[in-house]
Design a protein around this ligand. Sequence first.
Ligand code: FAD
Length: 421
Amino acid sequence: MPWDVVIVGAGAAGLLAAIRAAERGRRTLVCEKNQRPGTKILMSGGTRCNLSHATDSAGIVRAFGRQGRFLHSALASLSPEQTVQLFHAEGLRTKVEETGKIFPASDRAADVLAALMRRLNRSGAELAFGDSVREITGVSGSMRVTTNNRTLTAESVIVTTGGRSYPGCGTTGDGYAWAARFGHEIIAPRPALTPIVCDARWIKELSGVTISDVATRVVAAGRIYEAGQAGTSRRRAQKALAEARGSLLFAHFGLTGPAALDVSRAVSGASEAVCVLCDFLPDESPENLLQRLDQQCSREGGRLIGGLFSELLPRRLLHSLLGVLEIPVDRRAAEVRRADRVRIVEQIKGCPIAAQGVMGFRKAEVTAGGVDLRQVDSSTMQSKVAPGLFFAGEVLDLDGPIGGFNFQAAFSTGWLAGSHA
Ligand SMILES: Cc1cc2nc3c(=O)[nH]c(=O)nc-3n(C[C@H](O)[C@H](O)[C@H](O)COP(=O)(O)OP(=O)(O)OC[C@H]3O[C@@H](n4cnc5c(N)ncnc54)[C@H](O)[C@@H]3O)c2cc1C
């Protein structure tokens, strides 16, 4: 007997789509290539699962930038508040951390998945594991889904195969090829929320150092400096390709932590060499900082320059920044020329770190790019070029920042697709 709805992929989007479709009385089957559902839910948020963000629908839309508009209807069908209520109704208590991230109170991602599975099991949707979909063909009302061991027919098919990140989880980008064969444009998938690779020796030497609050901006490397007077160069203010603020961790390969991950999509998508400009004291204005340095240099001129600002910056970082400027850390503060003090402040407020690239899909929390949003009806999640075919979750050209935004988008788009398939 044909299915009403076949859903491909039992991740966040697929599970919500299945719950919704089955609760509407649709005969629903989910095909999952793995032997269990929700692999990424289990590994997410360091196995704690940051399932959403403490904001309203408008806050989620804003966080997705230019793609955010696409989410209006999905969030109207399942808002962040309704998502949390859905989990509460399944007995999962949640907590909001200082950053606005929502986690299960137990800190166990397994509890999030268990809550979804309880609701799914009641909904009557069926799950088939080890059922890897190879091909989708057909027209609305008569879609054919070929798996590794059978051919299914369905009125509607919802593709929730995720992106290409962490391919070991089963997410190998299978949905893109099917969508393309139906006539969909695919925006070239690229890694996002992934560590940034930097070659500079001083970065590697700082491996293990975390700075809790850094403002990062990705800018074109060739345009950081402009000619100043008498052959000098000064930094040019320029438009950022991406900006973020949060903690930054130096690693042997480069930069990681939220302030690096959140701007990584601009590095992986850049067509020219780019730098990450790091402001290590985002709450201090350059003028104040320079004034402070001037005062310290005149009042405590006998101190070593490498010992100043210890209340503001980790010593190891300051020494590295001075090293890049070739200012000896053991120079007496009084002997540091004014021009060098200006350079020190510039370095603290906008240190350019050349980015060689990103760590790639293997280490990317999400995939930027995917099924072009312009060919998907955002009020239903149905394809505009192939009626009967629906998309939800990360397979779409949707990627948000760290903070629970990506799960919220997957849950809401899955719910909306399940409401119409
Ligand atoms: C390490 C890590 C940590 C993360 N932490 C967070 C976090 O804390 N908060 C947050 O919001 N986001 C987080 N994310 C991102 C989040 O996991 C994804 O955005 C989200 O899972 C996307 O949901 P989805 O349902 O679209 O795809 P997925 O969850 O990736 O699910 C896709 C499913 O489709 C299946 N599939 C693929 N191809 C086929 C096929 N041919 N046949 C059958 N099945 C198939 C896959 O096996 C998979 O189960 C994290 C991601 C990673 C990798």
